[in-house]
Design a protein around this ligand. Structure first.
Ligand SMILES: Nc1nc2c(c(=O)[nH]1)N[C@H]1C(S)=C(S)[C@@H](COP(=O)(O)OP(=O)(O)OC[C@H]3O[C@@H](n4cnc5c(=O)[nH]c(N)nc54)[C@H](O)[C@@H]3O)O[C@H]1N2
Ligand SMILES: Nc1nc2c(c(=O)[nH]1)N[C@H]1C(S)=C(S)[C@@H](COP(=O)(O)OP(=O)(O)OC[C@H]3O[C@@H](n4cnc5c(=O)[nH]c(N)nc54)[C@H](O)[C@@H]3O)O[C@H]1N2
Ligand code: SF4
Ligand SMILES: [Mo]
Length: 758
């Protein structure tokens, strides 16, 4: 996407025109105009317009604009950014952005704010948190942040304060595939889309829910390597549009089709027996279980024709091992998410595509890679540890049921903050410090979150806008945007080690701070400064690289530094090239690979297709099996959501350029369903259920199942501070009940709704 000065000025103009709150306290408008100061030369950095965090190359143009391009050193990202990445300057320089700390002066959520200085903000927070700690214990304060560079510093503060209750967005996004991978492989696994010849996709929305390197990977596979793409999706997404075959699967029934694929692989003798014998534990129990899951059975559940499931499975097996079943990303389609993601993984394991081109593989960080090479090909990064951190005896609020134990250390069950606050389960929360998270939009049951916020003694929000959630805070801390921040070096290893780093492109606008500094300064005020011994970001970066300044300078200059040759342990050509490059490399197996080195951090050391550990944790779930779920009432329609290419979750709806591109989310309805309700495209409609009711408008399209409606998530904010976004479109979280799925702890995003014309 190219941005010229005219577009920028147009965007900025629209800001003023459409904004009743142009001088919201603390906003850039209230702070006063300033020119952009910063580097006119390109600076290598990292995008944060979404959590994919692509490597970028950015510079200030004429003190008016910021040019943001992809970093060309990062080949897999294609040297490009997406529309949101290109719009970063529009967020940076948005007059509605908050650039001074604020204190609430009206009721929570009433929208009355007063600008304060950082010192007062810190003092107020320190006084309140320390008071809560003295009265109720440190564990009665929860800390939450989207995972990534920002969460580390906040969670360190939580530990210094003495609270075990730290939460990422895990249970609203990746926990399904992460927990399933931990159970089966002992840790996370990646997909080699770009080398795949046959891709089976279950609702992985890569052409709208963009992850530049994976999106590029799938595009390359399709366009340059002629890969076949089969898509199971209840609606005609862009991925479905670009697929060779699209099946409008019934929501929540993917597990049935995945198990039928496994059934066919085993019954039609298409699976990789040698791989299974060497690397898999629990195959016999699994094979026994899937005997009943015939394609005909799956058709009766999912509406996907049995003959197609059978044919697709045969085609997939023929392309294997350079073929994969994509295990997806946002996992909250069904309460049986754990079974679904495990079944999708199983369909990969059976064809033996692990550590093969076009299949699944494990990240090769420097320590592992160097061991294979027999020399230090890539530097390793040190992690600063702080001595004598307080010992925390209190249990986490989500540590009530053993079945969730795989999640506790990976982000936790975010929505338990609501149960703990409202029902004292398992004990009472009194405070919540949140950063870079907007649960009012992105968790479920908005009304319950409002009650939670109203009940808490003290709430702090750190954001760049007064989001719907931040609108209920007592103190608002304005973070600098990513274009104004320096952060730690990040390990981004894939098939070989790689590092990159976020660097400041623009001088800070207004009176904002990066969150690593915010939490450090707050710790000082709270009397916990000793746990933040580093002086500044440079100290931390130098610690990471063991004072190797030339390494740090190289990472900063290039923005993306990768080492060595791509390595997949079971891919003969790659292993050969690797061993030729490194004379001291580990000796190869007789078959010319490193297959014998493949190990899994599971109790058996193998891939656990069936697992005693899981059986113990969650009785009845040791073997992957189908369970019927009921996500809606008989007279309701399924309500599903997804990402749109020009917005990020519930984060960018107020960004001028992106708001100009799309400010509203129409509800997709099939013509037959719309006909029965006398609804035409553009009609105002009500979408409602027992949880909530929203008003919006209809988009009548054959690109969705008749029993399902769809909306892009993130619209319909209800707080007046987000002036461009407020009241536009349907607020999805207001329609979703508060449900937690077994084992994965996922907050479910699919439910039933009714629709009526207004
Ligand atoms: N109904 C429904 N709910 C969903 C989903 C869905 O599809 N449907 N998707 C789920 C998924 S996949 C995810 S990942 C979650 C995401 O949900 P969240 O984790 O809540 O993340 P975002 O909505 O991306 O952004 C949260 C906040 O970060 C702020 N922000 C942006 N940049 C910065 C920064 O640099 N610093 C600080 N401090 N704040 C910043 C934004 O202004 C925004 O208010 O939502 C989940 N919830
Ligand atoms: N442009 C853009 N890119 C993004 C984001 C963004 O907000 N905007 N967010 C980033 C984040 S945080 C994430 S997690 C990823 C998310 O990446 P994805 O998980 O790929 O994104 P979603 O759009 O949430 O994908 C869900 C898709 O599944 C479909 N679906 C719903 N229910 C079912 C079902 O039961 N079965 C099947 N088979 N399909 C179903 C939906 O129609 C939708 O197309 O994207 C990342 N990239
Ligand atoms: S996918 Fe787009 S918005 Fe997300 S990090 Fe990459 S360029 Fe930025
Ligand atoms: Mo996500």
């Amino acid at each position: 996407m190219k941005l010229d000065r005219r577009t920028f000025i147009k965007g900025a103009g629209a800001t003023t025109a459409g904004c009743a709150l142009a001088s919201l306290p603390g906003s850039l408008a209230a702070f006063g105009e300033s020119t952009l100061k910063g580097s006119a030369e390109s600076v290598a950095s990292i995008c944060e317009m979404c959590s994919t965090r692509c490597p970028i190359s950015a510079r200030v143009v004429n003190g008016k604009n910021v040019s943001i391009l992809g970093n060309e050193n990062a080949k897999s990202y294609g040297g490009a950014v997406c529309a949101r990445g290109g719009a970063g300057h529009s967020q940076l320089y948005d007059k509605q952005r908050i650039v001074k700390p604020l204190k609430r002066i009206g009721e929570r959520g009433e929208g009355k704010w007063q600008e304060i200085e950082w010192d007062e903000a810190y003092a107020t927070i320190a006084e309140n948190l320390n008071r809560i700690k003295a009265k109720h214990g440190a564990e009665s304060v929860a800390f939450s942040s989207k995972s990534g560079s920002l969460s580390g510093h906040l969670f360190h503060l939580a530990k210094a304060f003495g609270s075990p209750n730290t939460f990422t967005h895990a249970s609203t996004c990746p926990a399904g595939y992460v927990v399933a991978a931990k159970a089966m492989f002992g840790g996370k696994i990646k997909r080699d889309l770009s080398n795949s010849k046959y891709i089976i996709n279950f609702g992985h929305n890569l052409y709208e829910g963009i992850n530049m390197s994976e999106t590029r990977g799938m595009m390359n596979a399709q366009m340059e390597k002629g890969a076949k793409l089969v898509v199971f999706e209840p609606r005609f997404s862009i991925v479905a549009d670009k697929a060779d075959e699209w099946y409008a699967i019934k929501p929540g029934t993917d597990v049935a089709v995945a198990l039928a694929i496994c059934h066919t692989l085993i019954e039609d003798d298409l699976y990789d027996k040698a791989f299974v014998a060497e690397f898999v534990s629990g195959f016999a129990d699994f094979a026994k279980e899937v005997k009943a899951y015939t394609p005909e059975w799956a058709e009766s559940i999912s509406d996907v024709p049995a003959e197609d499931i059978r044919r697709i499975t045969h085609e997939y097996a023929a392309a294997a091992p350079h073929a994969l079943v994509d295990f997806g990303h946002r996992s909250s389609f069904t309460t049986e998410e754990f079974e679904m993601r495990r079944a999708l993984y199983a369909a990969n394991v059976l064809v033996g595509n692990i550590e093969r081109k076009g299949g699944l593989y494990f990240g090769k960080k420097a320590s592992k890679y160097n061991k294979f090479a027999g020399e230090n090909v890539a530097p390793t990064l040190a992690k600063p540890g702080v001595k004598d951190m307080p010992k925390i005896d209190a249990k986490r609020i989500d540590m009530v049921d053993e079945q969730y134990s795989l999640l506790w250390s990976s982000g936790g069950i975010y929505q338990t903050i609501l149960d703990s606050t409202l029902d004292a389960k398992p004990y009472q929360l009194h405070g919540w410090v949140m950063s870079r998270t907007n649960p009012m939009q992105t968790m479920t049951d908005r009304a319950r979150i409002v009650k939670t916020m109203q009940k808490l003694d003290f709430v702090v929000a750190c954001d760049i806008y007064i989001s719907e959630s931040a609108a209920y805070a007592d103190i608002f801390l304005p973070e600098s945007t990513y274009l104004e921040r320096d952060e730690e070096v990040v390990d981004k290893s894939g098939k070989s080690p790689a590092y990159y780093v976020r660097q400041k492109v623009v001088e800070t606008i207004g009176n904002t701070k990066p969150s690593w500094l915010i939490w450090k300064e707050l710790a000082d005020k709270m009397g916990q400064g000793q746990f933040f011994p580093w002086q500044n970001m440079e100290t931390l970066q130098l610690f990471q690289v063991d004072k190797n300044t030339s390494l740090l300078n190289k990472i900063k200059a290039d923005g993306w530094v990768s080492y060595g040759k791509p390595l997949l342990l079971r891919e003969p050509a790659m292993v050969k090239a690797f061993s030729v490059s490194y004379p001291n490399a580990k000796p190869l197996d007789a078959d010319g690979t490193y297959a014998s080195q493949l190990s899994f951090k599971t109790p058996s050391g193998k891939i656990e297709l069936s697992s005693d550990k899981v059986e113990k944790m969650a009785p009845g779930r040791g073997v992957i099996r189908y369970r019927e779920v009921n996500m809606k009432k008989a007279d309701e329609l399924f309500f599903i959501q997804g990402k749109v290419a020009v917005h990020t979750n519930a984060a960018t709806q107020n960004v001028p350029m992106l708001a100009n591109l799309m400010s509203d989310n129409a509800v997709w309805i099939h013509p037959i369903t719309a006909g029965l309700l006398s609804i035409s495209s553009g009609d105002a409609i009500r979408i409602y259920n027992d949880t909530g009711s929203e008003e919006g408008h209809a988009l009548v399209t054959p690109g969705i199942r008749p029993d399902t409606v769809f909306a892009y998530m993130g619209c319909g904010s209800k707080n007046k501070e987000l002036a461009r976004a407020t009241g536009k479109g349907v607020h999805c979280g207001n329609l979703l009940p508060h449900v937690t799925s077994p084992v994965t702890g996922m907050n479910l995003h699919t439910t039933g709704v009714k629709i009526a014309k207004i």
